[in-house]
Design a protein around this ligand. Structure first.
Ligand SMILES: NC(=O)c1ccc[n+]([C@@H]2O[C@H](COP(=O)([O-])OP(=O)(O)OC[C@H]3O[C@@H](n4cnc5c(N)ncnc54)[C@H](O)[C@@H]3O)[C@@H](O)[C@H]2O)c1
Length: 389
């Protein structure tokens, strides 16, 4: 639905983005998945209870046809899940080879011209950067050695990149954000992006925080809590998975507010993030924020946000956009980390030594300017030259 302004304001050129760049038509997409539960897409959607049953029965036949392939899974990485639709293999490299064969078979069977893979599976336990991630050689050796540092999500990412398939990471896990896989993406000329879809509370945070900073309003503290009752909430109830999410959610304010540049306004603010699993809420979570700000002469004020949102309704369009844009990026010859897609993520991947851009307005401008650049249009700088003769 988004549009993009081209040329001068007086030119009145604001086409739909989907008409401006050659995105694949939604009608031409074919979906496939892996999951540890064997339910079809129809059964899974009925069980999730996000969409109305009436709506789902209208697409019952095509959804029933989508049955997940057996997953690469190990409960060590997601403590709260236990499923039966799981692959077996002598080591992690062999599991990756099974995925690579399935990717090729999926492409052949569905007569697909191109593929994209998006990780929308559960949040894995917190993993730090590790020596085995440093080079592709050490990464592959670690796969053959069944090393603990290689999480299932990394095996999928490796399989995608080996197959020349662009990969997006919707969860906060490291996954493709390790040097070996970034190198593989560059080498095979495959676009990648991540991490962690920016949907509910963090979306709000990256909308509000740039506004506060733009008016030089100070911050004493920002307390965020969530209640949610879907399977994501259940998985995040495990402290090890929550730690991965917490790291991802905490970083945004530091980067947006730049306490080192504005110490009087933002030094030492308190930032707390909680997620509580509360089954009655299902997918309709509540994100509650209390923001303690201060204005002129240090006078304190408060903002309260109560976002009654729907997790999957906010996330699903992001998955689609990313599939379309990653495919576009690959056709346009772009490879490696796609920073212009930061707009969609809580912890955007960046080139080494660069800090991530979290301000949603800068992210949007960067995305649109990238699209303008791809089509040879002038970049929009918002500079008003009309004041000069
Ligand atoms: N608004 C959002 O929904 C949102 C926003 C940001 C990030 N995320 C992240 O996206 C991910 C998915 O969220 P969700 O709400 O759809 O969760 P969900 O629990 O409904 O779905 C995740 C699915 O992944 C499956 N799974 C787990 N490990 C797997 C593996 N190794 N291989 C294949 N399948 C596996 C589970 O069985 C489950 O069906 C989570 O990591 C979540 O934190 C979601």
């Amino acid at each position: 639905m988004g549009t993009i302004r081209l040329g001068k304001r007086t030119d009145n050129r604001s086409p739909l983005i989907k008409d401006f760049v050659p995105l694949t038509n939604l009608k031409d997409l074919v979906f496939g998945a892996w999951d540890i539960f064997p339910d079809s897409a129809y059964d899974a959607a009925m069980h999730a209870g996000v969409l109305e049953k009436e709506l789902l029965t209208q697409v019952r036949a095509p959804l029933q046809k989508i049955k997940p392939m057996a997953a690469v899974f190990d409960q060590y990485y997601v403590k709260r899940l236990n499923g039966t639709n799981v692959k077996e293999g002598a080591n992690k490299m062999e599991l990756a080879e099974q995925l690579i064969a399935e990717i090729a078979e999926f492409k052949r069977r569905n007569k697909c011209a191109r593929l994209v893979m998006v990780w929308a599976a559960s949040t894995e336990i917190f993993l730090k950067q590790h020596a085995v991630y440093k080079t592709l050689k050490s990464f592959e050796q670690a796969m053959r050695d069944n090393h603990k540092a290689i999480a299932p999500s990394m095996i999928y990412a490796y399989a995608a990149l080996k197959s020349g398939v662009p990969f997006a990471n919707g969860a906060p896990n490291l996954t493709v954000d390790v040097p070996a896989l970034v190198h593989l993406a560059d080498q095979n000329r495959v676009p990648i992006c991540g991490k962690d879809f920016k949907t509910g509370q963090t979306l709000m945070k990256t909308i509000i925080a740039p506004g506060l900073k733009s008016r030089m309003l100070g911050l004493h503290g920002w307390y965020s809590t969530n209640i949610l009752g879907n399977r994501d909430g259940e998985v995040l109830d495990d402290p090890e998975s929550f730690k991965t999410k917490e790291e991802s959610k905490l970083s945004v304010l530091e980067y947006i507010l730049q306490p080192e540049v504005y110490p009087k306004l933002y030094k030492d603010f308190s930032h707390v993030v909680r997620i509580n699993y509360y089954p009655p809420r299902g997918d309709n979570k509540e994100g509650w924020d209390n923001i303690d700000i201060f204005g002129w002469l240090g006078y304190p004020m408060q903002i309260k946000i109560d976002f009654l949102c729907r997790d999957s309704i906010l996330a699903a369009p992001i998955v689609l956009d990313l599939a379309l844009f990653l495919d576009l990026a690959q056709r346009a010859g772009m490879k490696g980390i796609q920073e212009w897609l930061s707009f969609y993520f809580k912890s955007p991947m960046t080139a080494p030594k660069l800090y991530p851009e979290h301000d949603i307005f800068i992210q949007l401008m960067k995305m649109k300017n990238t699209l303008r650049h791809l089509r040879g249009e002038d970049l929009i700088t918002h500079l008003g030259l009309e004041y000069y003769d």
